[in-house]
Design a protein around this ligand. Structure first.
Ligand code: GLU
Length: 387
């Protein structure tokens, strides 16, 4: 079925119909009435009808939902001012129950079972937990349930949280090898500039590569509930595309926003922006590396090493000029050139302290310097993903 999606995206305008395993991200501003703090039930019911229609077509659906904080703050009397982190966490604890309940009720109308999954950043960054999360969600889908996922806001502390569900949804999509990610948003896709400020901004229907120009089009985050904005959506696209998953940004506030993506805009479907991955998806392991959100350190490399990496070679200690940060063997580090540009990321074969001792040395010298014989490379090419 991945083949179907690929063929479709190569020949005709992409639509939701080609999806086999679908992740749908729903933002707080869609789900929760900003004025009352209540769940917009009619909208959610219509969305549940869309989800049921996808499942009737044989598509697997996973929901990543925001709104726990927005719903919960109402019940704790925390409205009308910015919240401190611990207040947000308290609000999430109250709101998440109501959120889960609303999804359960609305999907029960279609006899669909809902399963709540709360994840932290670490659950997706640590390889074993990542694989474990994948196995659980796979099992739920096999058993016919709709996983409803949110960040585990009550325990995720400031430094180690996603904070926005755009990147969480992309990480989930990559984790479970979904082929399509839908970000339902308050904007109908990517524009050459912020359309709220520049009326001449042009809508971009399809993005095939995340160039510096595309990244530059992401403006400031919008005000209100959403913590995302275009910046996190482009970051989400990078994660999804590296996992071979297409992503679409579409306006969600209308009724039945998923049904509106069944047809291309030219055939009466909703305006949207599709991000289409290269035909050759990375291996699951490389996608996990590329989608990593919390690198532990930085290796600065010289021009010769940059060239070698671009030719698909491993990173040798000789090409490294500096190792920053505190990382263990096997941790993810970013590789930067002398100008500070990220050129790759990968799993370092040495802990920071050892890396600092062998950098600039020939591989044959490693044993003499460290007193043990480690790997010849700083990052093996199998553990390395170019930016
Ligand atoms: N996890 C947060 C919540 O449920 C939302 C994060 C976001 O705004 O994307 O309230």
């Amino acid at each position: 079925m991945t083949t179907t999606a690929k063929t479709e995206s190569d020949t005709a305008a992409p639509t939701l119909i080609g999806a086999r395993r679908l992740v749908v991200k729903i933002g707080s501003a869609l789900l929760v009435d900003e004025r009352t703090g209540h769940i917009r039930r009619a909208w959610l019911d219509a969305l549940a009808d869309d989800i049921a229609a996808c499942r009737a077509r044989g598509q697997e659906v996973v929901v990543v939902t925001s709104g726990a904080v927005a719903v919960g703050r109402e019940h704790l009397g925390l409205r009308g001012r910015p919240l401190r982190l611990e207040e947000k966490q308290a609000a999430a604890a109250t709101g998440q129950i109501r959120l889960a309940h609303a999804y359960q009720e609305t999907l029960a109308r279609h006899d669909v079972t809902v399963a709540q999954v709360l994840l932290t950043l670490e659950d997706t960054e640590e390889r074993r937990r990542h694989l474990n999360g994948r196995a659980t969600i796979d099992t739920l889908l096999r058993l016919g349930a709709v996983p409803v996922i949110n960040e585990n806001d009550t325990v995720a502390t400031a430094e180690i949280r996603f904070g926005d569900n755009d990147r969480l949804a992309a990480r989930v999509a990559q984790m479970i090898s979904a082929d399509t990610l839908v970000l339902l948003s308050d904007i109908d896709g990517l524009y050459t500039a912020d359309p709220r400020k520049e009326p001449d901004a042009a809508h971009i229907p399809v993005v095939r590569e995340l160039t510096a120009e595309i990244e530059g089009m992401a403006g400031e985050p919008p005000p209100g509930y959403s913590s995302g904005g275009m910046v996190t959506k482009i970051a989400a696209a990078r994660i999804a595309m590296s996992g071979g998953c297409r992503m679409v940004i579409a306006k969600g506030k209308r009724m039945n926003p998923l049904a509106a993506l069944e047809r291309a805009p030219a055939d009466g479907g909703a305006l949207c922006t599709w991000f289409l991955p290269a035909a050759e998806p990375r291996t699951a392991r490389k996608a996990w590396i590329a989608g990593h959100l919390a690198p532990h350190g930085v290796l600065i490399v010289d021009a010769g090493a940059v060239q070698a990496l671009q030719q698909g070679k491993s990173l040798l200690p000789a090409g490294v000029t500096e190792a920053q940060g505190d990382f263990e063997r096997g941790d993810l580090v970013v590789v930067q050139d002398a100008a500070g540009r990220e050129i790759a990321r990968g799993l370092c074969a040495y802990a920071a302290e050892d890396a600092r001792r062998i950098l600039g040395r020939r591989s044959a010298e490693i044993e003499a310097v460290l007193g043990f014989r480690g790997r010849d490379v700083m990052i093996h090419r199998d553990d390395l993903v170019m930016r």
